[in-house]
Design a protein around this ligand. Sequence first.
Ligand code: AHN
Ligand code: ZN
Length: 330
Amino acid sequence: MCVKLIYLFCMVSLLGCKQPGNTTAGDVQEKVTAAPAFNADSAYACIEKQVAFGPRVPNTEAHRACAAYLASELKRFGAEVKVQEATLKAYDGTPLQAQNIIGSYNPGNKSRVLLFAHWDSRPYADHDPDPANHRTPVLAADDGGSGVGVLLEAARQFGLKNPGVGVDILFFDAEDYGTPEFHTGPYTENSWCLGSQFWAKNPHEPGYKADFGILLDMVGARNAVFFKESTSMRYAPAIVEKVWTTARNLGYGRYFINARGGGITDDHEYVIKGRNIPCIDIINYDPESENGFAPHWHTVNDSMANIDRETLKAVGQTVLEVVYNYDNRK
Ligand code: AHN
Ligand code: ZN
């Protein structure tokens, strides 16, 4: 009788008290789904910091300084950091001193999510309305800076709260050194995405695999629109649906449009084909607009003036939600 009473008392206190450790099934479920709040101010500051170096064009001092900054930030946020150096050949034969920068969380976990963005700046504003600017390097607040800014803030959150799953944040170099519009020689499609092409053939870890990947490209502009990009839909339709549904449920449906966009040559293509990892590209590209990309794209106006915290929040919170909710045992 006495033992039974003690047992009853223990059960009541176990169920009744919401102390740490005394979790009910409902609490456990809540914990799995609780992504931390993405701080858009912090992402914005990361973009400002990159832009302050000047255009991060390969073979320049700004590029070297920014690479050191990115690696040290990832370390500061608790990631295991690797820097992959390579000399890559540009469309015109110029040797580019490139660095792919990788920050890993839970490196021992076999189940992994790959989050990536390019960090280099385009050497030519060759889409500027003024031809006099075509050889001016781009500041790349949006085209380069924004994806990195969002992922650095995500990294800070991974350092504060373990996402459980393995996460690799990969900053690709030399994405934007593609054949310029003014070049009179042959146009080569594979002149873009040089850093990801190299990495796909020489991953930072032999045989590297991830369950899926998400590329962020131009995710910082005011009123950005993310359509379901074609290559993503072909190779990773389930990931597209997961991300777009998550965004809609968070109230970000005005950014993540529930319609198909065009196909974009981008880093995800090389990660998909080279490493057999299903990847998607979240990219500000409107198939119904005149040139598809935002008006500041590859112009001297790709500055902080276009960057909007609300867009950063929509993308960043969606990515955190997907990562913290991902459980490959489900
Ligand atoms: C092409 O223009 C072929 N691809 C666009 C990839 C890109 C450039 N993303 C950012 N800058
Ligand atoms: Zn670009």
